[in-house]
Design a protein around this ligand. Structure first.
Ligand code: FES
Length: 170
């Protein structure tokens, strides 16, 4: 239990250290689509690149995945949302609900048991935790870019912010 609390604190601290910017408009995902933990629901989000980006102030569209990470409680912290664009070379990652089904060489590279679903990039086998998008293995230089679940209201999860770096390195 103490260990779980420690992991939760680390994940939360990492999320707090990221910088987020508002999306062009919030994305609303119906709670009915997010009843079961560790099932991903895809969404599309629109943003605008930062003034300091290589192509500044341009509309940009992202595909994301949102996952419920615990049963019951409908709080923003119960959901995580990431961009499917792999931070290595930009391939789309896929959601793997059962980590036991990963290819053996990928499991070997992770090197430890994984409790929950993972994201896998088939291009060069980077893997990421579904809990928060952090990198598990492979050549990706960082975890998946994050969206912020800002509230749960009107029977929907609201995703209204995106990690600033994603608006810079596109
Ligand atoms: S593009 Fe994803 S691991 Fe290379």
């Amino acid at each position: 239990m103490l260990m779980l609390a420690g992991v939760g604190r680390r994940v939360w601290a990492q999320a707090l250290s990221l910088r987020f910017r508002p999306l062009a408009r919030p994305v609303m995902v119906p709670l009915d689509d997010l009843v079961t933990p560790w099932r991903a629901r895809q969404f599309v989000a629109d943003g605008v690149t930062l003034p300091s980006a290589a192509t500044p102030n341009q509309p940009i569209r992202f595909t994301g995945m949102v996952v419920r990470t615990a049963a019951g409680d409908n709080q923003p912290e119960t959901f995580t949302a990431v961009c499917v664009r792999c931070p290595h070379e930009g391939c789309d990652v896929e959601f793997v609900p059962d980590p036991a089904s990963l290819p053996q060489d990928v499991k070997n590279e992770i090197g430890r048991p994984v409790a929950h679903a993972v994201y896998l990039c088939q291009c060069h086998n980077s893997t990421f935790k579904s809990e928060d998008g952090t990198r598990l293995s492979g050549p990706a230089p960082r975890g998946l870019y994050r969206f912020r679940v800002t509230s749960v209201k009107d029977a929907a999860v609201e995703i209204a912010e995106v990690e600033e770096d994603l608006l810079l390195f596109v």
